[in-house]
Design a protein. Structure first.
Length: 359
């Protein structure tokens, strides 16, 4: 195996936007197991969420050409697949949506014999309450949802969700995410409730607060807050830790914080949707991503916390000791994983979100 070496990257996002994303790696899955399917794979992924050359290297190793489409959030992913799989082979849902999709019979059961690199998964991630036995998903990355901000524009420490939920000190210079579950969930945390609350009165309080603070929000961004931050269009944004870490490399004025009230502790997974036209190729791709060197190159490039123990062993101290990537136990204790709340609770939040957007 070659030695993995992190490398300087002038701009991940600029590269990804121009190429559609393309990490070095080796797969141990025999080539003959792929011979029954055409050499194609359709991948449905988040933006800026794959290594620099992952897709290119996978094609080089297997002859399988990957076409990658992008979704903005889990709601878009779920809606697209709920209407019937249009031809995707591998998708990247977050943990609560894995559970929701399993219940809706939208995910295929994995053949673990075709994914030998599952042995590289870190012990805490080898099983999951939302997918017992990892029958339908494998862990990809994990992390937090917090606030990215320009240090030169703030006079007081940014340490609370109130900085973006109320926002009067940075009126018109704030972006929030564009989806109901995470914005309302973080609003609930700010008010002292559970991120996963299903209490109608608590959700109503979060709704009222967000409506009152909406006048200070420049935009509800579809996972592009980091772009608005680095371009100078906003001073604070609600965003995923890895997205902010990517732009921190480009601009030393940018910082990231997990608010003191706590936040979402998420886990994104690789899964094969029901009706995938190339399931063998999908298993081969998942196995490839779980290889140590390939996984390390992806993590180094996108700056999210990997669930791949073998990959993490190849990473530098700058990565494994970075608290924005791997939060302290004290911070994690304040965070909550999202859980599948049931369709009625989701409806409550969706209806509140409709009123927030219309206000």
């Amino acid at each position: 195996m070659k030695t993995f070496k992190p490398r300087f990257r002038p701009s991940r996002r600029a590269f990804l936007s121009s190429t559609g994303a393309l990490a070095v790696g080796v797969t141990f899955l025999p080539r003959h197991s792929l011979s029954q399917e055409e050499k194609r794979l359709n991948f449905y992924n988040w933006d800026t969420y794959i290594g620099e050359t992952t897709l290119e290297d996978f094609q080089s190793e297997t002859g399988i050409e990957v076409k990658m489409d992008l979704f903005a959030d889990n709601d878009e992913l779920f809606a697209k697949l709920r209407a019937g799989n249009p031809g995707y082979d591998v998708i990247v849902p977050t943990n609560d949506y894995v559970e929701r999709m399993i219940e809706a019979k939208m995910l295929m059961q994995l053949d673990h014999s075709k994914i030998p690199n599952m042995s590289n998964i870190d012990a805490p991630f080898r099983d999951a309450a939302f997918d017992p036995g990892r029958q339908h998903s494998v862990p990809y990355m994990w992390g937090t949802l917090g606030i990215g901000y320009r240090q030169s524009t703030v006079e007081e420490p940014v340490d609370s969700w109130g900085a973006v939920m109320k926002g009067d000190k940075h009126s018109g210079r704030i972006s929030l995410l564009g989806d109901a579950q995470n914005v309302i969930g973080c609003g609930l945390k700010y008010l002292g409730f559970s991120f996963n609350s299903t209490d109608a009165s608590e959700i109503e309080q979060a709704e009222e607060m967000l409506i009152a603070g909406k006048q200070h929000v420049k935009v509800f961004a579809p996972d592009t807050g980091q772009d608005l931050l680095i371009s100078g269009e906003v001073d604070l944004c609600q965003e995923w830790n890895g997205d902010i870490l990517q732009v921190m490399e480009e601009d030393e004025d940018i910082a990231y914080v997990v608010p003191k009230e706590g936040t979402l502790l998420w886990q994104d997974c690789l899964a094969i949707p029901t009706g995938a036209p190339h399931p063998d190729n999908a298993h081969a791709f998942i196995n490839f991503v779980l290889e140590a060197e390939a996984g390390a190159a992806i993590a180094d490039y996108i700056q999210y916390a990997t669930a791949n123990a073998a990959a993490k062993e190849l990473m530098s101290a700058d990565y494994v000791e970075n608290p924005s990537i791997f939060p302290s136990d004290e911070i994690i204790a304040k965070c909550e994983p999202s859980i599948y709340l049931g369709e009625e609770a989701i409806r409550l939040r969706d209806e509140a979100w409709t009123r927030i957007q219309a206000a």
